[in-house]
Design a protein around this ligand. Structure first.
Ligand code: NIG
Ligand code: FE
Length: 411
């Protein structure tokens, strides 16, 4: 009789993020992978027969930790150039807002991105995506928003899709046309918002390039009324919405995105009670971005205690972008969420697995459970908290599985 399963992992420390145990932990665990999914999981002693008789391949992990593949649910990973000179300016006292108002910031990356061909953008972005994978990521979100005109927004989203295909990872795209006002529309905001809502979004959605719709609702971004107009159009097109909200001020963006049953509200340093209640009611995920908090030397903390008390699911992401968070390690983002935001390591790790999946509207990943995609990270570590504890280094990840197949990491 041929074995039942493609692969069986044995002697694993499983952090399943399912069930009620801390981390959903199963010591001396076994997990079967079959046809890209998890087919069986439990204590090894509960296997019905010797492992070799049950699967084509048996991997003895010698106690190594296994988690779901990590999920980075907020990145701006595709962009041209970099903004290291702004880092210097900020260290010398200029604020993010001042730099943006003086024509730097997002608009300076827009210039570099518009000037880059599709192949150049791909070549610049690929090492960044590889770095995330090398640190345990198997699913990542990538936003547009550095084109601010149809051709370049399309180019960014196509590069995002191509990165997923090239690396064999799952990429979810978000259209972020309302990221900044492009210079050519400086005197006509309405015309730009109309262009985004009525021309760019429908065209890119029709090309299958948009999985969700995002905006930057902020004093230096777009107003709640402009954001609402975009969300109404997204809803008409059947696309889910999410929002950069309450990063620098409280414009009540979190309540706005919640009123559209949005996937997530992201940043949230200036979030108030009203927004928290609205998010709790609709189950909108709070995406915490400690990399931006750190790089901007922000001092106002997101209201973690209240989010926790109201049962709002909290995700953690890198926000990888050239301006406010040039961060290429989701593990470090999780560590920063503990050190800077006072999440527990378990909360931070749920934030890069199960809650991150929810922030992307994905129900088939983020936990180790029967029927879930077999996207896994195997670590040279024993304790789940070590994932947040080590700072830097490339020693942590042993192996990634994508859809049940071992991934040739750096190929
Ligand atoms: O998430 N806040 C707006 N968007 C990005 C920053 C993008 C940039 O500065 O290039 C963020 O922090
Ligand atoms: Fe962002």
């Amino acid at each position: 009789m041929s074995p039942r399963w493609d692969r069986l992992l044995v002697d694993a420390t499983l952090a399943t993020f399912a069930g009620t145990a801390p981390y959903g932990r199963i010591d001396h665990g076994a997990m079967a992978l079959h046809q890209g999914r998890i087919a069986w999981i439990g204590p090894q002693e509960a296997l019905s027969a010797p492992p070799e008789t049950l699967a084509m391949h048996v991997d003895n992990l010698g106690g190594a930790l296994v988690t779901p593949g990590l999920i980075d649910c907020h990145t701006h990973l595709v962009f041209g150039g970099n903004r290291a000179h702004e880092f210097d300016l900020r260290l010398n006292g200029a604020s993010y807002e001042e730099i943006a108002r003086a024509g730097g910031g997002i608009v300076s990356t827009v210039k570099a991105t518009r000037e880059a061909s599709e192949d150049e953008l791909f070549a610049q972005s690929l090492p960044r995506a590889r770095a995330l994978l090398a640190d345990g990521v198997t699913t990542l979100e990538i936003k547009s928003g550095y084109g601010l005109e149809l051709e370049t927004e399309r180019r960014m989203l196509r590069v995002a899709r191509r990165l997923g295909e090239t690396l064999g990872a799952s990429v979810r795209t978000s259209f972020l046309g309302l990221h900044a006002l492009p210079p050519e529309y400086r005197d006509d905001r309405d015309a730009y918002v109309a262009q985004v809502c009525d021309a760019m979004l429908p065209a890119l959605a029709a090309e299958g390039l948009v999985d969700a719709v995002d905006a930057f609702c902020e004093t230096i971004g777009f107003t709640p009324a402009e954001t609402r107009r975009l969300f109404e159009r997204a809803t008409q097109l059947g696309l889910p919405v999410k929002l950069h909200a309450e990063q620098l001020s409280d414009l009540d963006g979190a309540a706005l995105v919640a009123s559209f049953h949005g996937l997530s509200a992201d940043h949230l340093e200036h979030l108030g009670e009203h927004g928290i209640r609205a998010m709790a009611e609709t189950g909108t995920v709070a995406v915490l971005l400690p990399g931006a908090y750190y790089a901007l030397r922000e001092t106002k903390l997101p209201p973690i205690v209240s989010l926790r008390e109201h049962g709002v699911p909290m995700a953690v992401a890198t926000d990888c972008n050239p301006g406010t968070s040039p961060l290429l390690s989701l593990r470090l983002a999780a560590g920063m969420a503990c050190t800077l935001f006072r999440l527990t390591p378990e909360e931070a790790l749920r934030g890069v697995t199960v809650h991150a999946a929810r922030a992307l509207g994905l129900a088939d990943r983020g936990t180790l459970e029967v029927g879930q995609r077999a996207d896994l990270a195997v670590w040279n570590l024993r304790e789940p908290a070590e994932l947040c504890y080590w700072i830097g280094g490339s020693h942590a990840l042993r192996q990634l599985f994508l859809g049940g197949e071992p991934h040739p990491l750096m190929a």
